[in-house]
Every structure is written in structure tokens, then in C-alpha cells.
Design a protein around this ligand. Sequence first.
Ligand SMILES: Nc1ncnc2c1ncn2[C@@H]1O[C@H](COP(=O)(O)OP(=O)(O)OP(=O)(O)O)[C@@H](O)[C@H]1O
Length: 255
Amino acid sequence: MSRPILQAVNVTKRYGKFTAVNGITLDIEAGTVHSVIGPNGAGKTTLFHTLTGTTPITEGSILVEGEEVAHLPGNRRVQKGLARSFQVTSLFPNLSVRENLRLAAQGRAPLAALNPWKRAEQFSAACALADELLARLSLQAVAQRACAELSHGQQRRLEVGMAMAGRPKVIFLDEPTSGMGIDDIAEMKQLIHGLRRDYTVVLIEHNMDIVMDISDRITVMQLGQILAQGKPAEIRSDERVRRAYLGSMITGGKA
Ligand SMILES: Nc1ncnc2c1ncn2[C@@H]1O[C@H](COP(=O)(O)OP(=O)(O)OP(=O)(O)O)[C@@H](O)[C@H]1O
């Protein structure tokens, strides 16, 4: 098997005496959807924060394609290929959806933006990428609308698109379907499933229908530690997981 694209080795995060993430060792394989599930307070979001550099780790090691990044701040980890989805509220609310995507695509090479020759070339490449993403996100019909005017489901898809625009290696999605209605959930599920063609996805998601349907691998966390890891079928039939978390939820619905 090839080297994992992202590895956490004994990652630990303490807040004072409280250990939120406790010795997590995890391999994320390239081109997969890897979900992290577990009950409220299990440490999923904290683990995300440590991997993306939002929060410094207390102990351990984080490797992107074998290179240590644990000491790097979040913006440097973005350059190494790790991307979190943006909140739409942090975008340019009065600019159109297409403009927001174009700017995100252009942001990939900030120094080139200072070179007038490169700038024209970069501009057309960014426009092409924005158009490709609009299609992939099913947002063509609202491409010229200000992103503040989008529906909740459209905004959540745009958030994923903003991460895609940077052409990262790994995209982190933290509960991308939260607050969505059924139709929007179906679209988001399809979008995430398709992401693995070009990206690796690390997903926190409480909707077990989605997790079981689109994950290649699942890590179950409990009390800051890994309770179980495996393919969806293995997790579904794992007695410890059923007892600790899934219970009757495993057959579908929200855990
Ligand atoms: N900045 C912080 N300071 C102190 N404790 C924190 C901090 N951030 C998180 N925690 C604690 O760490 C534990 C794990 O929280 P985390 O948000 O990572 O869990 P989670 O699995 O993502 O939960 P949920 O599914 O509810 O989002 C919780 O007990 C939380 O209160």
C-alpha cells in the first residue's frame, strides 16, 4: 500500500488538566473519504483543529506525505495541501458566487498576482476553475447572485467549493449537512462522494446514512481516544461501537 497522505501519530491535545484528544494515531489514505464519528464531546472537532493547525498540539506528530507539519501554523499547512471549508459568513457577501470562487482559485498563487503578465494568465485559469466548480456544486443558476442571498444548502455547498478552489490535497469537512433539509442533504452527499476523484476527504458527520454510504474508512472516537476503525460494514457490526455510540441509530438517521 502507498504511504498515507496524512498521518497523525500519538496526537494529544490537553486544555489544562483536561485531555480532549488522547494519543490518536491515524492514517488517512489518498483518494478516500475518511469519516470521524463519535458522541458529542468525543474530541472530533478538536482533532480536526489539531490536524489543520487551528489549535497547536500538546504532543505527537502530524505528517503530510511523510513531512512533519505539527509545528506549522494553519496558513502554512494550507500551503502543504490541507484545507478546511470556509464559513460562507467569512466570504465576501456582496460579491457574486462566481467571484468568490474565482478569488479563492486565484489565492492559490498570491505572488503571481503581483506580476502583470502572470496576472492575466492566472485570471483566466481562475475563471475556468470557478466555472468548473460552479457546475460541480450545482450552483450555475445562482453564479451571479451575491453569496449572502443563497439558501442554506447552497451556502454549504459553496463552502465546500471554496476549499476545492485552492486545489488542496486533503479537505476537512465538519458537519457539512448540519441544518439541511432532505434535498440539500442528498446533493451534499453526492458532492462529497465525488470529491474523492481529485481530493482526499476527512469528514465529521452525525448523519449515519451519509457516513455509512460514502465513507471508505471510519474512525470512531470516544472520550478523546479511538474506539474502533474500519470499513463501514466493520463499524456497523462492531459491538463496542454499538454499545458506546450507534446503538439502534446504526440502521439510519442521526446518531
Ligand atoms: N478550548 C477548549 N478549552 C477547554 N475544553 C475544550 C476546548 N475545546 C473543546 N474542549 C472540550 O474538549 C472535549 C471535546 O470537544 P470537541 O468539540 O472536540 O468534541 P466533538 O466530538 O467535536 O463534539 P460535537 O459532536 O458535540 O461537536 C469537550 O469536552 C469540550 O468541552
